[in-house]
Every structure is written in C-alpha cells, then in structure tokens.
Design a protein around this ligand. Structure first.
Ligand code: HEM
Length: 193
C-alpha cells in the first residue's frame, strides 16, 4: 500500500503540471489556425502547378488544349498544307522530326501510323518527359500498364511479338488515343495502310 502511494507520488512529480505549459504551447498542440490551413492549401496548389509543368509542360496541366473540341485536334497544321497526306516515312526520315529543329513538327509513330504531336511539344519535344517516344515507333512501350514505368525504361521497339492479348489491347487503345487527338500525317514504310 505504502509502496504504491510512493510510486504514484513519484510519477506525479515527473509529469509536468498542465499549468506549467504556457498558452502558446497548448495552442500549438491542439489547434490549427486558419492561416495553417491556408498555408497547406497554398503548398498543395504550388505542388500541383509544378507537377503539371514537369509532366505536361504546362502549369494548367494543358487544361485549355485538352478541353478544345476533339474534332479539331486531328486537322493537320499549316506545315503540311500542299503535301499529299498520308506521307510515307522511313524510320531514318522520322528520326529528323524530334523537335530539335526549329519550325519542324514533332512526330510520333505507333503501330506504323505517324502522328504530328507538335501540339504537345512540351511533352514530346527535347526537354519533355516523353521525348523518347518521339521521332520513332516505340509501340511496345505502350503495352505496359502505366504505373510500371517499364515501357519508358526499356529500349524502344515496335515489335509486338510475344505480348499477351491484354498487352496488345493496351497498344491498340493508345493507337486509338493518338488517332482521336492528333493529326495522322503518314505511315512508316512497311506499314502501308
Ligand atoms: C507513374 C507513371 C506515370 C505517370 C504519373 C504519368 C503521368 C502522366 C500525365 C499526368 C499525363 C498527362 C499529360 C497531359 O495530358 O497533358 C501523361 C500523359 C502521357 N503518358 Fe504518362 N505517366 C506515367 C507513365 C507512363 C508510361 C509508362 C507511359 C508509356 C508509354 C506513358 C505515356 C504517356 C503518354 C504518351 C502521354 C501523353 C498523352 C498526350 O499526348 O496527351 N506514361 N502521363
């Protein structure tokens, strides 16, 4: 009994008295002020803008381009006027359209179809996160699930041999994506329509 009382006394001595905490201390532990909330929201907004700039080349995540009518997106730009589309490209010719030459479009091929992706040169141009998909045909890269990132790591290849049905399906879906969002300006020789 006596021993228990002593133990209780000892632990009461080591615990600080609530009164010994000053007012600021107690507020800091228990309350978020409006300013804290605003700071957090501000931080998240800035993070979102920077991520958009990095991923899409635009702080607005290319919202304005994305929301334009889909029909317009597939009309070839003035660069192609006077040329009879679709054009035939060899792989070597396609390599020239990587966005490093001024006033030259950025092209990307998938399943032998060549698209003008200059509208998103922030993504596919020399400093873009998807530059390695440009000026060539990396169809196989599109067969992976997006979160695997494998598609962007392995060497570029257009060969779909050995892929499962679902992997081929993903490539087909990406091809459809490009068909509805970018002008198709040609095809790779050997992949004639
Ligand atoms: C964790 C992995 C990934 C994240 C977080 C991510 C994120 C994004 C985001 C935010 C966009 C939107 C760009 C826009 O519409 O403006 C985008 C577009 C795109 N992603 Fe990824 N991505 C990832 C992996 C991949 C992989 C592995 C590929 C492989 C092929 C890929 C191919 C693409 C392509 C081609 C576009 C461009 C679409 C367009 O032309 O508008 N992504 N990605």
């Amino acid at each position: 009994m006596l021993r228990e009382r002593r133990k209780a006394d000892r632990s009461a001595k080591t615990r600080p008295e609530p009164e010994s905490l000053d007012e600021d201390d107690r507020n800091a532990r228990t309350h978020f002020t409006l300013l804290d909330v605003l700071r957090m929201v501000g931080g998240l907004v800035i993070l979102g803008l920077l991520t958009g700039k990095f991923m899409t080349g635009s702080v607005t995540w290319d919202y304005w381009t994305k929301s334009s009518p889909v029909g317009d997106l597939t009309i070839p730009s003035a660069y192609w006027s006077g040329q009879e589309l679709p054009l035939a490209f060899s792989l070597e010719q396609l390599h020239e359209f990587d966005g490093s030459r001024p006033k030259t479009p950025v092209l990307l091929a998938i399943q032998g179809q060549v698209f003008d992706v200059s509208r998103k040169s922030g993504l596919y141009g020399p400093r873009g996160p998807y530059h390695r998909l440009a000026a060539t045909d990396c169809s196989r890269a599109f067969s992976y699930r997006l979160w695997s990132m494998q598609g962007l790591r392995e060497p570029c290849s257009s060969d779909l041999n050995g892929l499962s049905d679902s992997a081929r399906q993903r490539v087909a879906e990406w091809t459809e994506f490009f068909q509805t969002r970018y002008p198709c300006v040609g095809y790779l020789t050997g992949s004639e329509p």
